[in-house]
Design a protein around this ligand. Structure first.
Ligand SMILES: [Zn+2]
Length: 171
């Protein structure tokens, strides 16, 4: 037989349980929201998914022209304005006529885009790009264009801008 006191105690106990459950539910909601935000960030971040190196020798004329235009835009709008201090001492305006420069800069751009298109650019990759990849490209291209001049006809390279054959077979 229950008394009113027992009933009151049962109600209080139930109320306490409800408060605890409500508190736990609030914590779970916070955790779910944090997980959902992390998942959305991961899905929105296409960085690693777009990391493809251009394979210039596999492109047809139209693809090559489009890729070269994109590369030229990057060189003009990103590379020279931001790194002109040391890029301009190496890179001549005729760079697109040098297959070595097209390959080197195309690969450099692909990595730059992979890093900086990410929602949160990875610091370690950015440091490697600046400390290793950019100086490496400039060091290898320096002898390639050392005898070229700014004049339109001052390029030591005399070859078509693109051929379907792999560049190494056209020499
Ligand atoms: Zn040249």
């Amino acid at each position: 037989m229950t008394t009113e006191a027992d009933d009151a105690h049962a109600v209080i106990t139930q109320a306490a349980r409800i408060l605890v459950l409500r508190r736990d539910l609030g914590r779970l909601r916070t955790q779910v929201e944090a997980l959902a935000e992390a998942l959305a960030d991961a899905l929105d971040d296409p960085g690693p998914l777009v990391a493809t190196a251009p394979h210039w020798a596999a492109l047809d004329d139209g693809e090559y022209a489009a890729e070269l235009e994109a590369l030229a835009s990057w060189v003009r709008d990103v590379l020279r304005p931001n790194y002109g201090g040391y890029v301009d001492t190496v890179l001549r305006d005729c760079w697109a006529k040098h297959f070595a420069a097209v390959w080197e800069l195309g690969t450099l751009r692909a990595e730059w885009l992979r890093i900086y298109n990410a929602k949160r650019p990875p610091l370690a990759d950015a440091l490697v790009w600046h400390d290793r990849w950019l100086p490496g490209v400039l060091g290898r291209l320096r002898p390639v264009m050392k005898s070229c001049t700014a004049a339109a006809d001052g390029c030591a390279m005399d070859q078509p801008a693109h051929t379907k054959a792999a560049p190494w077979t056209t020499r």
